[in-house]
Design a protein around this ligand. Structure first.
Ligand code: NAD
Length: 482
C-alpha cells in the first residue's frame, strides 16, 4: 500500500515514521493509502528549513509574492476536476461538493492578493516638533496549519495563502484521514514557483501535533477540528507563547418561522442538514418550529429527506455520500439509539439504508427525529452525521433563548419573510455565521469565518477580512526625528 508523501525542501519525500493511519475510499470501504506519523526530528528539520527560508521570502517584494499566488490560482483552476476527484475519493463527498471545496480554496488564494493593500501601515507627520511616527506590519516567521478531515483542501487554504502573502512560511499538517488533496496540491505549489521551504507538508496525527506545539521556532498555529482538541491546542500553544486561532465543533440551529416560504426554501434547508453527509461545521443539526407550522414543516422536511439519492460521489445524480469511517458511522448510530432511548420519535431511520452497489461503504441514510427536547444528547452534542432533530418552541423569544443556551455558536439560520424577525435574529443570536434564508452560512473568502463560544478559541478568525492581517503579522511602531 502506498504511503502518503511529505513535501519538504522543495520535493516530495518518503516519511520515516511509523506507518499508522489508513486512508479509505469511504464509499467502497477500502483502504487506498497509509499515513506515517511524523517523527519529532522530521518536524524539527522541516521547521528549521522553513525558519531559514522565511527571511529571504519576506524580502521578495510583495507584488512578486502575489504573482506566485496568481500563478497558483491559475494552476488550481486548471486542475480543479482532478483535485475534486481526489477529494471525493478520500472523503466520500459528492464530486460537486468536492468541486465547491476546491473553489473555496482557490477564492482564498485570490483574496490573499488583497494583502498588498491591507498590509499598508499608517503614519503621522509631526506628532511632536520634528518627530514622525509610523506603523509597520511585519511577518512573524513560521506558522503551522493543522486541519480536520471534512474539507481536505479548503481549510488549509483558509490560512496558507494569507500567511505566505504576508511574508511568513508555513508547515501544513492535514488530517491523517484525508491527506491526499493537500499532497496533490503541493505539486501545484511547486509549479507555481514558490521557493523551497516556503510551504511544506508534513503528515501524521496527534503526535505530529504535539511536536508542532513543542517546536520553539513556530510562531503561530492555525487549527481547525473538534472542540476538545481545539481547546487543548489553544491552551498549550498559547502557554508556549505561540499565537493560536482554533476553529472547533458545532451544533447549528435552523429556525423556520411560520411566515417562511417553505416551497422555495425546503431544498436549501435539506442541503444544510444532509449536504456533505452532515459532516460540516456549518451543517444544520436542530430544526426549530412553532405550533402553527410544525406539522407542515416536518412533513415537507421528511419527504424531501426521503428523496435524497445516496451513493458514490463520483457517480451522477448522487446527493449524499458515505460517512468518513466505520467507527464514525457506529458513533452516529449510537446517537440515533440515544435519541430513541431518551424518548424522541424517529420519523426516518437512516440505519435501514443499504447500498447494493457498494455494500462495504460507510453509508448511512438521512435520519429525522421529532419531539426532541433541549436536554437530549441529540439536541446538545455534535453528531457530525445526517441526523436532524426537530424541536417545537412556543414563540420567537423562546427559540432565541434556547439557541443561545447551546454551548456552541458556530452558525445559525432563520427562514422568514419578515424583515423584523430577520433583523431581531441577527442582532440577538449568539453564533458567528448567521444565515437569513440561507442554510449554510459559509462566508466567502474575503470575510472572516467566524465562530463563538465553544466553536472557536482565539480572537482572530480564519480567512479574509482584516483578521488574517493581524494574525499573521506583528505591529512595529517607529518614531523618528531627523
Ligand atoms: P479532530 O479534532 O479529530 O482532528 C483535527 C486535527 O487535529 C487533525 O489534524 C488531527 O490529526 C489532529 N488531532 C486529532 N486528535 C488529536 C489529539 N488528541 N491531539 C492533538 N491533535 C489531534 O477533528 P476532525 O474529526 O478531523 O474534524 C471534525 C471536527 O472539526 C468537527 O468537530 C467539526 O465541527 C470541526 N470543524 C470545525 C470547523 C470550524 O471552522 N469551526 C470547520 C471544520 C470542521
Amino acid at each position: 500500500m502506498r504511503i502518503v508523501k511529505n513535501f519538504v525542501n522543495g520535493a516530495y519525500e518518503e516519511p520515516t515514521g511509523e506507518v499508522k493511519y489508513p486512508v479509505y475510499n469511504p464509499a467502497f470501504g477500502e483502504k487506498i493509502a497509509m499515513v506515517a506519523e511524523a517523527k519529532r526530528d522530521e518536524v524539527d528539520r522541516a521547521v528549521d528549513l522553513a525558519f531559514d527560508a522565511q527571511k529571504k521570502w519576506s524580502e521578495i517584494p510583495i507584488p512578486d509574492r502575489v504573482k506566485i499566488l496568481f500563478k497558483l490560482e491559475t494552476l488550481m483552476w486548471d486542475s480543479i476536476e482532478e483535485i475534486a476527484e481526489i477529494t471525493t475519493i478520500e472523503h466520500g463527498k459528492t464530486f460537486e461538493e468536492a468541486r465547491g471545496d476546491a473553489i473555496r480554496a482557490i477564492q482564498n488564494v485570490e483574496s490573499a492578493a488583497a494583502a498588498t493593500y491591507h498590509i499598508m501601515g499608517s503614519s503621522n507627520k509631526d506628532i511632536a516638533s520634528g518627530v514622525d511616527e509610523e506603523l509597520i506590519r511585519e511577518p512573524l516567521g513560521v506558522f503551522a496549519i493543522i486541519s480536520p478531515f471534512n474539507f481536505p483542501l479548503m481549510i488549509p487554504f483558509w490560512f496558507l495563502p494569507y500567511a505566505v502573502a504576508l511574508g511568513n512560511t508555513v508547515v501544513v499538517k492535514p488530517s491523517e484521514k484525508t491527506p491526499l488533496s493537500m499532497e496533490k496540491s503541493m505539486e501545484l505549489i511547486k509549479k507555481a514557483g514558490f521557493p523551497d521551504n516556503v510551504i511544506q507538508l508534513l503528515n501524521g496525527g496527534k503526535e505530529a501535533v504535539e511536536y508542532i506545539l513543542e517546536n520553539k521556532k513556530i510562531a503561530g498555529i492555525s487549527f481547525v477540528g473538534s472542540t476538545p482538541v481545539a481547546e487543548y491546542v489553544y491552551k498549550k500553544g498559547t502557554s508556549l507563547k505561540k499565537r493560536v486561532q482554533a476553529g472547533a465543533s458545532a451544533k447549528n440551529f435552523i429556525l423556520v418561522m411560520p411566515d417562511a416560504d417553505l416551497e422555495k426554501n425546503i431544498k436549501n434547508i435539506i442541503g444544510s442538514f444532509f449536504g456533505n453527509a452532515g459532516e460540516r461545521c456549518l451543517a444544520g443539526a436542530v430544526l426549530v418550529t412553532f405550533e402553527e407550522n410544525h406539522d407542515s414543516v416536518v412533513k415537507k422536511f421528511v419527504d424531501a429527506a426521503r428523496e435524497l439519492r445516496i451513493g458514490y460521489g463520483m457517480e451522477k445524480d448522487v446527493d449524499m455520500g458515505p460517512l468518513i469511517r466505520e467507527e464514525h458511522r457506529s458513533k452516529v448510530k449510537e446517537y440515533i439509539e440515544s435519541g430513541i432511548n431518551e424518548g424522541a420519535k424517529i420519523l426516518l431511520d437512516g440505519r435501514k439504508y443499504r447500498n447494493e452497489r457498494y455494500p462495504n461503504g460507510f453509508f448511512l441514510g438521512p435520519t429525522v427525529f421529532d419531539y426532541v427536547t433541549e436536554d437530549m444528547r441529540i439536541a446538545r452534542e455534535e453528531i457530525f452525521g445526517p441526523v436532524a432533530s426537530v424541536i417545537k418552541v412556543d414563540n420567537f423569544d423562546h427559540a432565541i433563548e434556547m439557541i443561545n443556551r447551546s454551548r456552541y455558536g458556530n452558525a445559525s439560520s432563520i427562514y422568514t419573510s419578515s424583515g423584523y424577525y430577520a433583523r431581531e435574529y441577527v442582532k440577538r443570536i449568539k453564533a458567528g455565521n448567521v444565515g437569513v434564508n440561507i442554510g449554510v452560512a459559509a462566508p466567502i473568502a474575503f470575510y472572516p469565518f467566524a465562530g463563538m463560544k465553544d466553536s472557536f478559541f482565539g480572537d482572530l478568525h480564519p480567512q479574509g477580512g482584516l483578521d488574517h492581517i493581524l494574525f499573521f503579522t506583528d505591529s512595529k511602531v517607529v518614531i523618528s526625528r531627523w
